[in-house]
Design a binder for this molecule. Structure first.
Ligand SMILES: [Zn+2]
Length: 321
């Protein structure tokens, strides 16, 4: 008995050390930073912040907490036009300041960070801001949040706007991180089809990463519908092959309730494990949605709850795009 305990302790320590080593070599594809101004506005709206401000806003603290080789630092500029915020007279200025803050944080550690510029694609200034991010701030990627900005590809005017952003990203070879789910109860397969038929098929190669496996976090029938719809297209649509399309696993394997999304049941974790293997690790980006989890915390959940083998863990942590 005692011997068994000590052997399993050794195994535990060994895997912990290996886990650390690999995390230090990997990329976290979804890390947030908030400017002091954004934290102030959110606090005024009554949004609770459980940690000191620097946990969310100080790039040195964020790099220390994430402790990986590289992070994709995602701007929250899109929130200023969301309904939750209720409208600002100086909205554009706030969006610019937020994106500039992310770029300045990247400038401190240009080798460790890629900066993603965030805009509401439905705003008239969207492309101008993206251009400023690219040419002046030298930002690396584009972030879209279809839920915060209530973007519906089923609305032709929205589709046109989103298409313009995708064309911009393809032209300048900037990766797109897209929070696809817009919160509508019917969101799912048809939206995937619209994205592919109306935007991706005729677009020059683009690097697209779908946040949170396609929905707004957690794992539910909608997540499955989105993944199933993409998988069917990967199998049958040769016009998709020119693109790099991956799925970020952040906020999917929730072991705690978060922002109105409940934690997964044991059965859901089991089903998620099946979906992860079905999708394939080459299509999955390791990402945490920090401050939701740190990479160490989230990898532990993924490894234990999805019962990932050593090889699978390695494949998951391999930087994809
Ligand atoms: Zn996020």
């Amino acid at each position: 008995m005692r011997k068994a305990v000590s052997i399993s302790l050794i195994l535990l320590c060994t895997s912990f050390v290996f886990g650390q080593t690999r995390l230090a070599d990997t990329t976290d594809g979804h890390v947030h930073i908030l400017s002091a101004e954004l934290i102030r506005i959110w606090k005024k709206l009554g949004i609770p912040f459980s940690r000191p401000d620097e946990y969310y806003s100080d790039i040195d603290v964020i790099l220390k907490n994430t402790a990986v080789k590289r992070i994709d630092l995602i701007s929250m500029g899109h929130v200023y036009s969301s309904a939750e915020f209720g409208g600002f007279k100086n909205e554009r200025e706030l969006v610019e300041n937020e994106n500039s803050y992310v770029a300045a944080s990247r400038d401190k550690y240009p080798k460790k960070i890629r900066a993603f510029c965030s805009v509401d694609p439905l705003r008239d200034y969207a492309l101008e801001e993206l251009n400023r991010c690219r040419s002046k701030l030298k930002m690396d990627g584009v972030k879209l949040h279809n839920n915060a900005n209530q973007v519906y590809l089923t609305v032709p005017a929205h589709l046109e706007r989103v298409k313009k952003v995708f064309e911009f990203a393809a032209k300048y070879q900037m990766p797109i991180l897209m929070h696809f789910d817009n919160g509508h109860r019917r969101f799912g397969g048809p939206d995937v089809k619209l994205l592919i038929d109306s935007i991706l098929e005729d677009l020059p190669p683009v690097n697209l990463r779908i946040a949170h496996f396609g929905t707004s976090g957690g794992f539910n029938p909608r997540t499955k519908a989105v993944i199933d719809a993409f998988r069917e297209q990967f199998r049958n649509n040769p016009r998709l092959r020119k693109h790099t399309i991956t799925f970020d696993i952040s906020a999917v394997a929730l072991d705690k309730d978060s922002e109105g999304v409940r934690r997964l049941t044991d059965g859901e974790f089991e089903e998620l494990a099946i979906y992860v293997r079905r999708l394939g690790f080459e299509r999955i980006t390791f990402a945490t949605d920090y401050p939701l989890y740190t990479p160490t915390e989230y990898l532990k959940i993924l490894r234990t709850r999805l019962k990932l083998s050593e090889v699978e863990t390695k494949l998951l942590l391999m930087p994809k795009n």
